[in-house]
Write a protein that binds this ligand. Structure first.
Ligand SMILES: NC(=O)C1=CN([C@@H]2O[C@H](COP(=O)(O)OP(=O)(O)OC[C@H]3O[C@@H](n4cnc5c(N)ncnc54)[C@H](OP(=O)(O)O)[C@@H]3O)[C@@H](O)[C@H]2O)C=CC1
Ligand SMILES: N[C@@H](C=O)C(=O)O
Length: 257
């Protein structure tokens, strides 16, 4: 079954982790896929991985920093020139630093706001007019369960994901009647490299998280999601019948408290 045959999908932050899994799932469902992130070598790896698994697929790759509005517009323009108008935009790129606010990691606070908030705004801004003009389109914003509740040492990160929730809900209400759909996905802990580059060792020790390694390494299988689990939620939302709006999906590991 190829439910997304002929559709064009863009995925930001697809050089690994959840974004890579989403791109693979969309391609597997028949979509023409464009991916972006900053690391060219990893984008090339993802392209080769998807093309080896999905017969006849040709993934468009665009090196992009989502904090730069012009680069995100450039990504979407390149995708539209090569593949056609964007039907599905997945704003997935994100960063997370576990850090207590008293440790004043102000550069990390700002980086989270830049990528998680401005990056999503830039993604929306690059596709919204075209989708409204065409009377169809689906914007999927990867939020977090931290967009629903606040976790220790994630004050700023949670703030960015609450922002994603508010922006998405506001946008969804504004576009009612235009044919455009908006979905937020709120994953719990997913086994990815999201915290590998964290630096606040004191916070990590205090709250009992590991940094420098992939989330969930060595954890029980029920304590952590795989990126493909989140991709499945995205696929469910974007393949729903046209009159159905899947506005949000919260997906957590079975044993996460
Ligand atoms: N893992 C988890 O437990 C959870 C993750 N999430 C969310 O899922 C999303 C994906 O994270 P995940 O896959 O876990 O983490 P990863 O660190 O594995 O992937 C993050 C992706 O974002 C990209 N990225 C980071 N900064 C930028 C930037 N400035 N411009 C473009 N791309 C960027 C990275 O690519 P590159 O470095 O090449 O630019 C990478 O492809 C994030 O929004 C995260 O908040 C939500 C809930 C739980
Ligand atoms: N599970 C969330 C917070 O801990 C996330 O990683 O976004």
């Amino acid at each position: 079954m190829v439910p997304l045959q002929g559709k064009v999908a863009c995925v930001t932050g697809a050089s690994g982790g959840i974004g890579e899994a989403i791109a693979l799932a969309l391609a597997g469902a028949g979509a023409k896929v464009a991916i972006c992130a900053r690391r060219e070598d990893q984008l090339a790896r993802v392209k080769a991985n998807i093309e080896s698994q999905v017969q006849g697929c040709n993934v468009l790759v665009h090196t992009t920093d989502v904090t730069r509005r012009s680069e995100v517009k450039g990504f979407v323009s390149a995708a539209e020139a090569a593949l056609g108008p964007v039907d599905i935009m997945v704003n997935n790129a994100g960063v997370m630093y576990f850090t207590h606010m008293a440790h004043l990691r102000e550069d990390e606070w700002e980086h989270m706001v830049d990528v998680n908030c401005k990056g999503v705004m830039n993604g929306v801004g690059a596709v919204l007019k075209g989708m409204i003009d065409r009377g169809s389109g689906h914007i999927v914003n990867i939020s977090s369960d931290a967009g629903r509740r606040v976790f220790p040492a994630l004050a700023v990160y949670s703030g960015t994901k609450f922002f994603v929730e508010a922006l998405s809900e506001g946008l969804r209400r504004e576009v009612v009647g235009t044919g455009v759909r908006v979905t937020t996905i709120q994953p719990g802990d997913v086994s990815t490299d999201l915290v590998v580059n964290n630096t606040d060792a004191a916070t990590a020790a205090a709250i009992g998280v590991a940094i420098g390694v992939r989330i969930g390494v060595g954890a029980d299988v029920n304590a952590v999601l795989q990126p493909s689990d989140v991709a499945g939620a995205v696929l469910y939302a974007v393949t729903a019948p046209p009159h159905v709006a899947v506005n949000e999906i919260m997906i957590e590991p079975r044993d996460q408290t």
